[in-house]
Design a protein around this ligand. Structure first.
Ligand code: FAD
Ligand code: NAD
Length: 404
């Protein structure tokens, strides 16, 4: 009998958890499993703020996909997904196409620029390894050229971070460690450097515990970060940004603008014709798309509602990985014709945001943590995620062990 074809798109947190668990829930002769990813490596999206700032080499944030999957069971295809045809059950790739019986879409997020002029052209984002390399090098170039410039324009050393959500705050923490290093390396007085964070909401880390927000703000301000709260970025130009507060506009000049003010689901999902909200598709409790019992969507492309507040869960790696486990179980059951599909309920263990290498704020199992304790917890979380995908070998190879 022809084996059903299971195709998993994306080897991020959701996709890798799905395929590593599929080999446990689906027998050798039960299905053909294919994993597609545009690179031959997986990157830890959750560590990219470090690679972008230059506090962690980008090679520490990535590993070869084939090193963590069972290649005798999973056919890995390195290619870019260009489209999904749900009627013909086909996926088009840059270099071919694939047919599927069951599809898992785990293509992650893209920056959401809300149509703000100039952001796509002039701002950097924190979204993948290539972008991280560019941003790190761009910042270093600004420092390297400062003393050569006869005018020594200070704006060259101004770094604007748009958005004080978790990504923005974690990146600011890394910049606070990196900037003193760059000043030493390029003989620059740190007084010439400005790190400015612009946040549209009335507070940093909207919705987070106010005590932890105060801790993070005080720490970052102590390191020289200037916060402009209740201030929205309206435009990005080759010279900086235009912001608006209380109907007054202001230009802030800067050599580097980083847009960390939100994400959306992958545009491939929108183009496939699923009903979606900024590239995120509401999935049913089994993680299937309503009306398509052969298409699972997980991770940042999926939208699930928190019954407690009737709002979507924020897209996180924590949820993407847990969805991968449920998705693999459900594919196994569908292949065997069983109708007892598992319902997905996120098990939120907590949220920790790093503030550079040795500081952090977070809530873990309902308990607030700050400082070294929170920072150690953050590294434990990072190592746990490696363990879940690649076991102790991957933790030893890529784990974070510098706790103090
Ligand atoms: P991803 O892990 O992003 O993987 C998507 C994969 O699809 C990638 O391998 C990509 O290369 C591939 N891909 C994309 N498009 C194509 C295509 N067209 N063709 C082929 N392949 C493609 N969440 C937490 O829970 N905890 C944290 O501490 C945390 N920290 C974060 C820090 C930062 C700086 C950022 C940016 C995010 C952080 N998040 C965190 C959020 C978390 O990273 C995402 O929610 C998570 O990565 C989503 O997983 P995913 O599997 O949906 O997508
Ligand atoms: P976010 O949507 O959580 O935060 C974006 C911030 O940008 C918001 O505070 C918003 O008010 C602000 N903003 C929006 N438009 C603006 C404008 N025009 N000008 C100025 N500010 C503007 O996005 P994120 O921080 O990238 O996080 C994305 C997802 O990843 C979230 O679900 C988050 O929980 C997750 N994440 C988690 C961690 C962690 O757990 N440590 C770290 C990073 C990201």
């Amino acid at each position: 009998m022809k084996k059903p074809k299971v195709v998993v798109l994306g080897a991020g947190y959701g996709g890798l958890m799905t395929v590593t668990r599929l080999t446990k829930h689906v027998g050798v002769n039960e299905a053909e499993i294919t994993l597609v990813n545009k690179h031959n490596y997986h990157y830890e999206t959750t560590w990219l703020h470090e690679a972008c700032a230059g506090t962690l080499h980008h090679d520490r944030c990535r590993y070869e996909i084939k090193s963590v999957i069972n290649t005798s069971r999973i056919n890995f295809v390195q290619d870019t997904v260009t489209g999904i045809n749900i009627n013909e059950k086909k996926v088009t790739l840059s270099n071919g196409e694939l047919e599927y019986d069951y599809l898992v879409i785990a293509l992650g997020a893209m920056p959401e620029t809300f149509g703000i002029a100039g952001l796509k052209e002039y701002a950097f984002s924190i979204s993948n390894i290539n972008g991280a390399r560019q941003l790190r090098e761009h910042i270093e170039y600004q420092f390297a050229t400062f003393n050569n410039d006869a005018e020594k324009k200070k704006e060259r050393l101004s770094i604007i971070v748009g958005g004080a959500g978790f990504t923005g705050i974690e990146f600011l923490g890394e910049l606070c460690n990196r900037v003193p290093e760059l000043c030493r390396e390029y003989d620059i007085d740190q007084k010439n450097v400005r790190i400015i964070c612009v946040e549209a909401a009335p507070t940093v880390l909207p919705g987070f515990d106010p005590g932890l927000v105060d801790y993070a703000v005080n720490y970052l301000e102590g390191k020289g970060v200037e916060f402009k709260i209740g201030t929205a970025i309206k435009e990005c130009t080759p010279d900086g940004i235009i912001v608006s507060k209380d109907d007054k506009q202001e230009e802030i000049k800067a050599g580097t603008v980083v847009w960390a003010a939100g994400v959306r689901g992958n545009s491939i999902v929108e183009e496939a014709g699923f009903e979606n909200n900024r590239g995120r598709v509401k999935v049913n409790p089994h993680l299937l798309v309503e009306g398509h019992d052969d298409v699972f969507i997980i991770g940042d492309c999926s939208l699930i509602i928190n019954e407690e507040n009737n709002r979507p869960y924020p897209p996180t790696a924590q949820i993407a990985m847990q969805q991968g486990v449920t998705c693999a179980k459900n594919i196994g059951r569908l292949i065997r014709g069983q109708d007892n599909l598992e319902e997905f309920t996120p098990d939120i263990k907590g949220t920790v945001a790093s503030l550079g290498e040795h500081n952090a704020v977070g809530v873990v199992y309902g308990k607030n943590l700050t400082g070294t304790k929170a920072s150690i917890m953050k590294k434990v979380i990072d190592n746990r995620s490696l363990f879940l995908v690649g076991g102790p070998g991957l933790v030893l190879k890529k784990g974070k062990f510098k706790f103090f």
